[in-house]
Design a protein around this ligand. Structure first.
Ligand code: PLP
Length: 314
């Protein structure tokens, strides 16, 4: 299985062996996608494993849950303890962490009001989404025929399970056409984002990206990259982005917790720049990796150390 040697799952307050962390087929979230989740990375640093921007992820988790009228039955402090214990119990030096808050089993009316709010947290080793060498090869993307949903339909700033069927359709379409990743336009025809990453373009020395008015999830990697780029002395502008902006960019890249920072090599078969990772993207990518791996003390406040991992026996 692709979850490697994950042994423990945190479920509704308890550490449960991986095989026993199951739910019933009548769970509301399975039928209607009534859940919210987070994706967090824990990196290997010189001082042991460390969670990257856990506080920001938990804040977004609580906000996503609030949109769907779920009150998370644990405080952020309790969730922080649960996550650090989970990483330790699994004995991971680095891993991906996936908290999921979802409507459990009670009835299958669409209205979830009577269904309990359940919470599970998974952790497993996960290489960068587009492969370990994606930072070199880059991504061949297409402009998707699928539009990103507008906030009048569903809130793009909430990370809700059911909302991802939009990304699933777009990514399958892209793969069938031989691309690595789709770029979704919003309903007004501006760039929104990739299936699970935000987008940045570079023209000359100026870096541009969009924001929530263009139907994106406000990525925590996006936020980190904006700060890193500004600290490096680049101008970062938040503007609406058009297809032409993308097609004429000197460099373009996507950001996400799972993918990290990956350059776009082609759009609909047309090369961006010379197709290689451009110098500004490379600098940001390297600086981002230094930050997450605790190699830049200026960003140490983004890391939460986890006790030296000692795998707990099942
Ligand atoms: C739709 C979407 N956009 C952007 C992102 C990037 O967000 P983050 O950087 O917080 O992982 C993600 C990943 O969670 C996503 O699913």
């Amino acid at each position: 299985m692709s979850f490697g040697n994950a042994k423990w799952v945190w479920m509704n307050g308890k550490m449960v062996p991986w095989e026993k962390a199951t739910v019933h087929a009548s769970v509301h979230a399975l039928h209607y996608g009534s859940g919210v989740f987070e994706g967090i990375r824990c990196y290997e640093t010189e001082d042991g494993p460390a969670l990257f921007r856990l506080d920001a992820h938990l804040e977004r988790f609580v906000c996503s849950a609030a949109v769907y009228e779920m009150s998370i039955p644990y405080t952020s402090k309790e969730l922080t303890e649960a996550i650090t214990e989970l990483v330790s119990a699994n004995g991971f030096a680095s891993c991906y962490v996936r908290p999921l808050c979802f409507r459990g089993s009670c009835n299958l009316r669409v209205d979830p009001e009577d269904c309990p709010v359940d919470l599970s947290i998974l952790a497993w080793p996960w290489a960068p989404l587009h492969g370990s060498d994606s930072s070199k090869a880059g991504l061949r993307v297409c402009i998707s025929r699928r539009k990103k949903f507008h906030s009048d339909m569903m809130p793009p700033t909430a990370k809700a399970s059911g909302q991802y069927v939009n990304s699933i359709l777009a990514i399958r379409e892209a793969k069938h056409q031989g691309y690595d990743e789709p770029i979704l336009l919003n309903t007004e025809g501006y760039l929104a984002e990739a299936a699970s990453e935000n987008i940045f373009l570079i023209h000359g020395n100026t870096i541009v990206t969009n924001d929530e008015q263009d139907s994106i999830l406000l990525g925590i990697t996006r936020l980190s990259v904006i700060e890193i780029a500004r600290d490096l002395g680049y101008e970062v502008k938040i503007v609406r982005l058009t297809i032409d902006d993308l097609m004429t960019a000197d460099e373009a890249f996507v950001t996400g917790t799972a993918a990290e920072v990956v350059h776009i090599s082609q759009v609909d078969g047309k090369r961006i720049g010379n197709g290689q990772c451009g110098p500004i993207t490379l600098r940001i990518q390297q600086e981002y990796m230094r930050a997450v791996q605790g190699r830049n003390p200026g960003y140490a406040h983004w890391l939460l150390p986890v006790k030296k991992a000692t795998a707990m026996q099942v």
